[in-house]
Ligand binder design. Structure first.
Ligand SMILES: CCCCCCCC(=O)SCCNC(=O)CCNC(=O)[C@H](O)C(C)(C)COP(=O)(O)OP(=O)(O)OC[C@H]1O[C@@H](n2cnc3c(N)ncnc32)[C@H](O)[C@@H]1OP(=O)(O)O
Length: 225
């Protein structure tokens, strides 16, 4: 089995990672939300130098308090029967409520196995002035495309990701992401996705190929009927 396949098995099947119950996950999600606010404040602050130095000291002290009990690796959520393990990664950088760098994006699956998300990116994700960084759009789309592969019953790791940036993606407004699997061939799943601005303009289109790591079954990734 590949390194990635073995690692997924250790985490999702063998229970190597700490599992958080819902109340604990909610506590830590609240902490991450405060840190997102802090990140926004840091990016936009115009307080004077003495205040910057004082706040830096306080933040360093807070970091030391949190690091006083440190896990070796990010924890995951307890398994939910019938749900994909991918959703258990509470520190995922796109969807993870525990990860302050995640917007976070919440992905939903429709009965027809297509997926979508409604999300707003703040100016923290700015690339070209006034618009979202292309790498951030790629990150969101990669996750959404991966969720589409899962939803189709044919999950895997991103083997190829192709992006077409049609129009700049605005931040600070509600965006819609949509994705679906288009073809499943053996361990390979072909997928397509797009980001849509509030006026209906498709700003980014993406296609991706997901490959199930050798030696893993879709069931081992915990998803599908
Ligand atoms: C399950 C939760 C994952 C969701 C996470 C969100 C998305 C991610 O961030 S994943 C992280 C980024 N991706 C990676 O790190 C992947 C790194 N790559 C790898 O580990 C391997 O190349 C891996 C697992 C994708 C494929 O390895 P391996 O199983 O040895 O491939 P291999 O046997 O050569 O090929 C299998 C099939 O895939 C196809 N394939 C492999 N790579 C590609 C590619 N880049 N493009 C198109 N097809 C490909 C092959 O042609 C072959 O097809 P067929 O069976 O029809 O001949």
């Amino acid at each position: 089995m590949s390194g990635a396949g073995a690692a997924m098995r250790r985490v999702f099947v063998d229970g190597e990672r700490a599992e958080l119950d819902q109340p604990r996950a909610a506590e830590l999600a609240g902490l991450a939300a405060r840190v997102r606010e802090l990140t926004e404040a840091v990016v936009h602050t115009d307080v004077d130098a003495a205040e910057v130095a004082a706040v830096s000291e306080e933040i360093a002290a807070l970091t030391r308090r949190l690091a006083a009990a440190r896990r070796a690796a990010p924890p995951i959520a307890a398994p939910v029967p019938g749900a994909p393990h991918i959703g258990r990664q509470l520190a995922n950088p796109v969807t993870g409520p525990l990860n302050p760098i995640a917007p976070p994006v919440e992905i939903h699956t429709r009965p027809d196995r297509t997926v979508f998300c409604d999300f707003t990116l703040t100016s923290v994700y700015e690339g070209p002035p006034g618009f979202v960084h292309g790498g951030v759009s790629a990150m969101v789309l990669d996750q959404l495309l991966g969720a589409a592969a899962h939803a189709a019953g044919a999950p895997g790791m991103t083997a190829a990701l192709d992006l077409r940036y049609r129009r700049p993606t605005p931040y600070g407004v509600p965006l819609r992401g949509e994705a679906e699997a288009t073809e499943v061939v053996g361990r390979r799943t072909h997928t397509a996705a797009r980001i849509i601005a509030p006026d209906g303009t498709v700003t980014v289109e993406a296609t991706a190929v997901f490959v199930l790591p050798r030696g893993l079954t879709p069931e081992a990734l915990g998803n599908v009927e």
